[in-house]
Design a protein around this ligand. Structure first.
Ligand SMILES: [Zn+2]
Length: 428
């Protein structure tokens, strides 16, 4: 009863969540038996359908018979991967929905930023069990960086009485273009010394469990799509505005990497032709104007020129960081707020380009700057209104990341869970 015309839809759903599949050329000659494809797809529909999904809905979505769905669910239940429960809300009849068994095991999702690392411990239903953020300096290079990541995962797990051998898989997002095949970054603008360092292999060898290495902004897009504000959207861009600026693009319900993993590098779009030099070597990139270092520099210059601001109490002046600026803006410091508003306008200009290019239904602003809320969102919205095509503008919603600082680490949780839930033989 399986109809080949359904396969396209199935593959699209699968590709939302498991990048390992994306390296496979999806043609009609499927690399997997249809049964296995169906099983993965059923698992993913159970994971990602808001409000849960029933057997009847599964059969309908996949164009399979009830009997075929029953066979798959029986197998998943026998492996303790899924269980049945009543839909929690709604009046009257509460249908039986399928859910992932949270007690199946645990995974860790990691976001490695330029100045911090976030670890999230989650169960198989992606519920967060604990999390921690530690300071980090990406410029210390890969040997030191990997050592810090390694040491901290052990102490983080120990707080929950766990060891790395209790974890089924780890997902990690890093701020650079990813070579998916080799598990390394490819010529990253802000990860000095990390180029082609075998991050994934190093961690896998040291931990003895599967590791998925990904781009941090793409993980933000995935996290928000799976559990955040982007649920149910097919075309969205997650813009991560931190020390670096990058976008994760979800197009036709799949993460779009580009040919060499560099898609979405919105931070290196030229905003001012003769602007300041960027870490990538170009002039006037968005990141050189509104990235973390640029935000700090704008404030330092303003203090030097004698502008009234609470930031002038920070000594030496050079030690002012973007965090200081954002904190001051939140407290109502007018100079700091002006810097944030200017950043919003520049971001809006770059995002208008993204909107005109990919016509998304949602733009999600994440990263440190997104915590400024409307102070940053309003100038972005106003600029987009001025600069985007009307037909795109009518449908696009500009919003803050619902998962906040967790977005990328939650995307990494999704990736780790995709490894384990698609390979039940690896279950722990
Ligand atoms: Zn650049």
């Amino acid at each position: 009863m399986f109809d080949i015309s359904n396969i396209d839809a199935i593959i699209i759903i699968m590709n939302n969540v498991d990048k390992s599949f994306e390296t496979i050329n999806i043609q009609w000659n499927l690399p997997y038996p249809v049964k296995k494809v169906n099983k993965h797809t059923v698992i993913d529909l159970i994971r990602f359908t808001p409000g849960g999904i029933t057997r009847v809905e599964l059969a309908h979505q996949l164009g399979l018979t009830r009997a075929a769905i029953t066979a798959i669910i029986d197998e998943l239940q026998a492996k303790n991967l899924v269980f049945e429960t009543k839909r929690k809300h709604g009046n009257g009849r509460s249908p039986i929905i399928l859910e992932i068994n949270p007690d199946g095991g645990k995974v860790v999702g990691i976001e490695m930023g330029a100045t911090h690392i976030t670890y999230i411990l989650a169960d198989w239903a992606a519920s967060v069990l604990s999390e921690i953020e530690i300071p980090f300096n990406i410029d210390d290079g890969p040997e030191n960086g990997i050592r810090v990541i390694d040491e901290n995962i052990h102490s983080f797990l120990a707080q929950s009485g766990l060891r790395i051998s209790d974890i089924a898989a780890v997902g990690i997002g890093v701020p650079g273009p990813i070579n998916m095949e080799y598990g390394m970054v490819n010529a990253p603008p802000i990860m000095a010394g990390w180029d082609r360092y075998p991050i994934r292999n190093h961690l896998q060898k040291s931990w003895g469990i599967p590791v998925s290495l990904n781009n941090d902004a793409e993980m933000g897009a995935l996290g928000e799509w799976a559990y955040g504000v982007g649920r149910g959207e097919s075309n969205l861009a997650y813009i991560k505005v931190g020390t670096g600026i990058g976008a994760g693009l979800l197009l036709d319900s799949r993460i779009y990497h580009g040919t060499t993993g560099s898609a979405g590098e919105i931070g290196h779009m030229t905003i001012e032709e003769n602007g300041p030099i960027c870490t990538c070597g170009n002039r006037g990139c968005l990141e050189a104007i509104v990235g973390g270092h640029a935000i700090a520099n704008h404030a330092i210059q303003a203090v030097r020129s004698g502008e009234r601001t609470a930031l002038s109490s920070i000594q030496p002046i050079d030690s002012i960081t973007s965090r200081h600026v954002l904190a001051a803006a939140k407290r109502g410091d007018l100079m700091a707020q002006r810097i944030v508003i200017d950043a919003g306008r520049h971001l809006g200009t770059a995002i208008s380009g993204v909107i005109n290019l990919i016509n998304p239904s949602m733009i999600i602003i994440g990263g440190g700057l997104s915590q400024m809320g409307d102070l940053i969102l309003e100038p972005i919205r106003q600029t987009i209104k001025m600069r985007s095509l009307k037909s795109s503008l009518q449908v696009v919603r500009i919003t803050q990341a619902l998962l906040g600082k967790r977005a990328s680490a939650m995307g990494s949780v999704v990736q780790a869970l995709s490894i384990v839930l698609h390979q039940p033989s690896n279950n722990k």
